[in-house]
Design a protein around this ligand. Structure first.
Ligand SMILES: *Cc1c(COP(=O)(O)O)cnc(C)c1O
Length: 434
């Protein structure tokens, strides 16, 4: 499979280039050259397949020319090695818990798969690969955990000092091994600028093999399509339409769902639920896209004013908003209604959700107010475990949330970070000396 740029379908590269470069030099994002329907036999057996079997079937068309079958099995088994649960909450409503991985957010799927795939792609090379990541929280922790102990790769994470939550900081700074955390005396934008400068520094790049692991990497997107297929399989015996509501920020998760649909997974419709950062619902309703500065909300991993994966969605739908509307509805919800949703889920169903998942639930509710509930099986993608956001959730439900083992083990460890100014020169020297 070749990978083409959303800006220019004549620009096409192989898997290794797409994954290691992250994005095309001249802009745009990589997409697989074709998204063919999976074959009929796959759909017949879907409901009986394990998660890993579904993962293998969906990954194969994209990777099998470049990755031998046995290696692909290893990549899937070494990355998709944690639980996923579909919980039925009501007759028309289920919650897809994608947060049972090591960092308790769906980003574990993408980060772990990308780590294993990169390790395979660089095997045999004599120079170590150094992954640079700027993070404002969740991405860095998933990447740190995903790459821990992966041979041939080291990871350098830059995070803004004092601007990530205490539990996120522990997850970034306590891994050790091949993971180093740089604590930058500045903002997330400073961190991102330092990483960008490194990629633009030809002299540095001639001395070191660097790559990025940010959310636009196609290797992070693909594995997120697996759970849409698996969850649909679990509900296949219901004749009603399958509808997914996705809490969106950079829209990678939604894009992965749209790709699964394109491959033939029988999903009727998607709901793109955003917090007050409402650029996508505005785009769908007006046909005009206007990026905005991001606004801070309680569902902070969705605070995005210029979603990068919009380029992929436009590409999938031929830049036609009408086509997108056919498959996607979108609404925006503020913190106030999100808080009421957290409260309602707890009182009605004794089920605790995090602020991001609450936005997804609100999206599902808005949709089924338009469409009779008995015609659908709705699935809300639950993107993070509520124990990651006790400061928001506990006051609403009026009790404390038990901290799962995965999170607790980080909290007990000691922080190790290297202090750094916002100077690119200092960062550069650090990279070359270590
Ligand atoms: C990253 C994140 C999102 C947003 O996902 P996108 O793929 O960027 O749209 C939603 N919820 C949580 C908990 C996240 O960490």
């Amino acid at each position: 499979m070749r990978y083409i740029s959303t800006n220019n379908s004549k620009h096409n590269v192989d898997l290794k280039t797409a994954v290691l470069a992250g994005m095309p030099m001249e802009g745009g994002l990589y997409m697989p050259e074709n998204l063919a329907r999976l074959d009929a036999a796959f759909f017949k057996g879907l409901s009986g397949l394990s998660f890993q079997e579904v993962a293998l079937s969906l990954a194969s068309p994209f990777l099998s020319e470049d990755v031998p079958a046995g290696e692909l099995v290893d990549i899937v088994e070494n990355s998709m090695n944690f639980d996923i649960k579909l919980k039925r909450i009501d007759t028309y409503l289920s919650v897809l818990e994608t947060f049972h991985g090591p960092t308790m957010a769906f980003k574990d799927f993408g980060a772990r798969f990308m780590a294993q795939l990169m390790a395979y792609l660089i095997r045999g090379e004599d120079r170590e690969l150094c992954i640079l990541v700027a993070t404002s929280g969740d991405t860095g922790s998933a990447v740190a955990s995903g790459f821990l102990g992966v041979p041939g790769i080291r990871v350098v994470i830059l995070y803004p000092s004092g601007k990530v939550s205490p539990s996120q900081e522990k997850q970034l700074t306590t891994q050790g091994g091949n993971i180093t955390a740089l604590e930058v005396e500045g903002s997330f934008d400073d961190c991102q600028r330092m990483v960008k400068s490194a990629f633009a520094d030809d002299d540095l790049r001639s001395k070191m093999n660097i790559s990025s692991a940010n959310s636009i990497n196609i290797a992070r997107l693909l594995p997120q399509s697996f759970y849409y297929a698996w969850a649909t399989g679990q509900l296949i015996d219901f004749e009603q339409d399958k509808v997914f509501s996705v809490p969106c920020g950079n829209f990678g998760n939604l894009t992965a769902g749209l790709m699964a649909k394109r491959m033939g997974i029988p999903i009727k419709h998607f709901i793109a639920a955003t917090n007050s950062n409402a650029v996508f619902p505005k785009y769908l309703s007006t046909g005009q896209f206007k990026a905005k500065p991001s606004q801070h909300t309680m569902s902070n991993a969705m605070d995005v004013g210029n979603p990068s994966n919009l380029a992929r969605i436009n590409y999938l739908y031929g830049d036609d908003v009408g086509n997108i509307q056919h498959d996607v509805s979108s609404w925006s919800f503020n913190d106030k209604v999100s808080r009421s949703m957290i409260a309602a889920m707890f009182s009605e169903y004794n089920y605790t959700v995090d602020p991001h998942t609450a936005v997804g639930l609100l999206g599902m509710r808005a949709y089924h107010q338009q469409i009779a509930a008995e015609t659908m099986q709705g699935v809300v993608v639950a993107t993070a475990h509520p124990a990651k956001f006790p400061e928001h959730v506990e006051p609403i439900i009026g009790r404390s949330i038990e901290i799962p083992e995965q999170l607790q083990q980080y909290l007990n460890r000691e922080k190790h970070s290297i202090q750094m100014s916002t100077s690119y020169e200092e960062f550069r020297e650090y990279l070359l000396d270590n």
